[in-house]
Design a protein around this ligand. Structure first.
Ligand SMILES: [Fe+2]
Length: 222
């Protein structure tokens, strides 16, 4: 039995035991319970024009407030968690994940963003997380607004991701929200096959008054 089969067997055993117990592990957003996905590569997308020119002083994985401000960012708070894995389903520890996004009005903190919507002075706009030994990561942020990419194209709410790991090629992609009709017309998302789109479109669920979504990322091994 090769390493991949071994890992898959362990994963099946884990899920079997989990279901047999009928237990629901109580988790916080920093220690989520994960649904394992297939290990097909996450589709790539460009980083777009709004990767930040300068990082905020606050560089953590909670984008809903800045450490030197007393007010919280505007918008709907969401929790994103997931696992980073390699092509053989192995968890990738110590991967560095960056996210950047628009605030709730659909505006990026970038001088090239011509959108006239207001910036949110209390929003962090960019954040960073490092996966633990199980490949797990999490972010707390707000759902970004949609924004005009051109006069005939409105980008649906999405969050940009870049993942770096020493044994894998760098992945840049975008995460989308399943309840958005703009997804159906988005030129970037619709460039992918339906199967690929499913890997980037996340369905959020409510748990203990928290809106949580799981976004797993599969990296290409070097
Ligand atoms: Fe964007």
């Amino acid at each position: 039995m090769n390493g991949k089969n071994n890992f898959n067997q362990r994963r099946r055993n884990f899920l079997k035991g989990f279901l047999t117990l009928g237990a629901l592990i109580t988790t916080d957003w920093l220690a989520p319970s994960f649904v394992y996905s297939s290990c097909e590569l996450t589709p790539r997308e460009s980083s777009g024009p709004f990767y930040p020119l300068n990082y905020p002083d606050d560089k953590d994985n909670d984008l809903t407030y800045l450490k030197d401000k007393s007010k919280k960012a505007k918008g709907e708070i969401i929790y994103i968690n997931g696992i980073v894995q390699g092509e053989n389903c192995e968890p990738v520890s110590k991967a560095i994940i960056e996210i950047w996004q628009a605030c709730s009005t659909g505006r990026y903190n970038h001088p090239e963003d011509r959108n006239r919507a207001k910036l949110d002075p209390n929003f962090q706009y960019w954040g960073k997380a490092i996966t633990n030994e199980n490949g797990e990561y999490s972010f707390k942020t707000i759902k970004p607004g949609s924004y005009p990419a051109s006069w005939f194209w409105t980008r649906p709410p999405h969050i940009h991701f870049t993942v770096r790991s020493s044994n894998h090629s760098q992945l840049t992609t975008q995460m989308y929200f399943s309840d958005e009709s703009l997804n159906l017309k988005d030129r970037l998302l619709q460039n992918h096959s339906k199967k690929e789109q499913q890997k980037c479109v996340v369905t959020f669920y409510q748990k203990k008054q928290k809106k949580i979504g799981q976004f797993n990322l599969t990296l290409q091994n070097l």
